[in-house]
Design a protein around this ligand. Structure first.
Ligand code: DX5
Ligand code: ZN
Length: 231
């Protein structure tokens, strides 16, 4: 059955002084999630927002909060983000060696949220091996994490296809694949053809003259590419 692509606008590119209206805008435009980029100035050079902001965001939107943790010690903060209302929690494989990645996935599920693991562009898909059978989502980074507005790293769609194959091999047919970084009208089709289900868009939506129209166009292109790949 055809499952439409979902767009997850990243509020990193929104106007933080008018965040509520910027979130209402993407709700009206049909976004599937609110993508929240949490950066600690250590795992990545940049520093953004954290637990108190997620708690307040939860109070102003009915869209699921897709919280992307770019932090060095996610095990410490995971319970706090769950308590704050994160619906999907993404941890980076590079931040959690060996058994700790399994533990993070377990903690997220115990807290009642959906578990996602992110891979930086140079991290091999094998990093997912111990958890792929029970993940709700994998996030394939198509830029180096840290900043919005970067260019898509060519060939990232090949990693999307590898992750899709790996999930099928593990019998995890319901797992979603999210792609994050440099996605817009020029790049959405190739990642959706390769199997992407959730598309993060920062600048392509919020820096557009008409963000709602940009979101709709990216969504339509993504859906057309998914349909074509099915036939
Ligand atoms: C980068 C973040 C992204 C970023 C996407 O580290 O994870 O979510 O905000 O922004 P664009 O779509 O502009 O690349
Ligand atoms: Zn992100």
């Amino acid at each position: 059955m055809f499952q439409p692509v979902k767009i997850a606008p990243s509020i990193l590119s929104a106007d933080f002084m008018n965040l509520q209206s910027d979130i209402e805008l993407i709700e009206r435009a049909g976004a599937g999630y609110v993508h929240v980029d949490v950066m600690d100035g250590h795992f990545v050079p940049n520093l953004t927002i954290g637990v108190p902001h997620v708690k307040q965001l939860k109070g102003i939107t009915k869209l699921p909060l897709d919280v992307h943790l770019m932090i060095s010690n996610p095990l410490v903060q995971l319970p706090w983000f769950i308590e704050a209302g994160a619906d999907i929690l993404t941890v980076h494989a590079e931040a959690l060696e060996g058994q700790w990645l399994d533990r993070a996935v377990e903690m997220i599920h115990e807290g009642g949220a959906k578990a996602c693991v992110a891979l930086k562009p140079n991290t091999a898909v094998e990093a997912l091996a111990s958890v792929i059978d029970r993940l709700d989502m994998v996030l394939v980074m198509s830029v180096e994490p840290g900043f919005s507005g970067q260019g898509y790293i060519e060939g990232s769609e090949e990693k999307v296809a590898s992750v899709a194959q790996m999930a099928r091999d593990a019998g995890n047919y319901g797992m979603l694949i999210e792609v994050d970084g440099g996605i817009g009208v020029k790049t959405v089709e190739r990642v959706c053809s390769a199997g992407a289900d959730v598309i993060v868009c920062g600048n392509a939506v919020y820096a557009a003259d008409d963000p709602a129209a940009a979101l709709a166009e990216i969504e339509a292109l993504g859906n057309a590419a998914r349909l074509a790949a099915m036939s």
